[in-house]
Design a binder for this molecule. Structure first.
Ligand SMILES: Nc1ncnc2c1ncn2[C@@H]1O[C@H](COP(=O)(O)OP(=O)(O)O)[C@@H](O)[C@H]1O
Ligand SMILES: [Mg+2]
Length: 277
């Protein structure tokens, strides 16, 4: 799945990752990779382990066993705030915007490693920070412009529609200039029109920035339309992965014949990349 002839490691790799919360196994031996410049969707029912997978990748949850690597570097012992320096940015399933800061200030908060309430006012109070703050604001405005929200910079986020607030969340992740963007349910609560706008936007970003994206999505139609590859999780286990059309076919196939026994076969002769585990 890496670019032909490339010796670079994948941007993100999970090797046999297991996460147990007490007696509950949230991820059960998951292995996958996200190549550079690809959009990978993680789909599955509620409780399948999708958010836990993002938590593991961004360092919020430590795997019980197995390994997570970003550009071939093991994340063992990394803290979430160190991941920004590896080029990883994430949006949360809940929006997590600061209601008392303007849209621009919320986006600016994404440029600091550990945004804290009170950080920006402190920064603004320091005279020597003026130039840095102006440069940061200019970056925030540029990112807001990219997501179509330039004219909302000085509003409080509560004035915006849910769909536009989700764009602010995206802008807040993009200001860190990530090479791997992790999105938790980006289409949740969006109208059909907003969903297709978001698809177009992610396609543009990915083309312009060679951005790799891993997105967790409950809305299968959205993920299928946008992603190069889809990973299907169920009860913490990776049950299928491959291009959307092939995974969709596999889902129909599995109804008839079970899932093909054996497991771990090296390739299915006709070159399709789907793997049923
Ligand atoms: N911090 C936690 N402590 C205990 N159980 C958790 C925790 N986080 C998630 N779980 C459990 O792990 C399973 C997977 O959850 P999650 O990753 O949130 O699923 P999804 O995002 O696919 O809906 C669920 O059964 C959930 O209740
Ligand atoms: Mg979730």
């Amino acid at each position: 799945m890496t670019a032909a002839g490339s010796t670079l490691p994948p941007l993100l790799e999970l090797r046999d990752v297991r996460v147990a919360f007490g007696g509950l196994t949230a991820l059960d031996g998951v292995s996958l990779s996200v190549p550079r410049g690809r959009v990978v969707g993680v789909i599955g029912p509620a409780g399948a382990g999708k958010t836990t997978m993002l938590d593991v990748v961004c360092g919020r949850v430590r795997p019980t066993s197995g390994e997570v690597l970003v550009r071939g570097i093991s994340l063992h012992g990394h803290r979430p705030q160190q991941l920004a320096s590896l080029g990883v940015a994430r949006t949360l399933q809940r929006l997590g915007l600061f209601s008392h800061l303007t849209v621009a200030e919320n986006v600016m908060a994404g440029a600091v490693r550990m945004p804290r309430a009170g950080f920006l006012p402190t920064l603004l109070a320091l005279p020597r920070a003026d130039r840095r703050e102006r440069a940061l604001r200019a970056r925030a405005l540029a990112v807001l412009d990219r997501v179509g929200l330039a004219d909302t910079a000085d509003l409080l986020p509560g004035r915006l529609s849910h769909g536009d607030q989700k764009r602010v969340v995206l802008a807040r992740a993009l200001i860190a200039e990530p090479s791997l963007l992790l999105l938790d349910e980006p289409a949740a609560g969006l109208s059909a029109a907003e969903m297709s706008e978001l698809s177009a936007q992610l396609a543009t970003l990915r083309a312009a920035d060679a951005l790799s994206v891993m997105l967790v999505e409950h809305r299968v139609d959205f993920a299928m339309g946008l992603c190069d590859d889809v990973v299907v999780l169920d009860s913490g286990r990776l049950i299928a992965q491959g291009p959307p059309a092939v995974v969709a076919l596999g889902a129909f196939d599995a109804d008839g014949d079970g899932d093909g026994g054996g497991g771990g076969e090296a390739g299915d002769a006709d070159g399709d990349e789907v793997a049923h585990v």
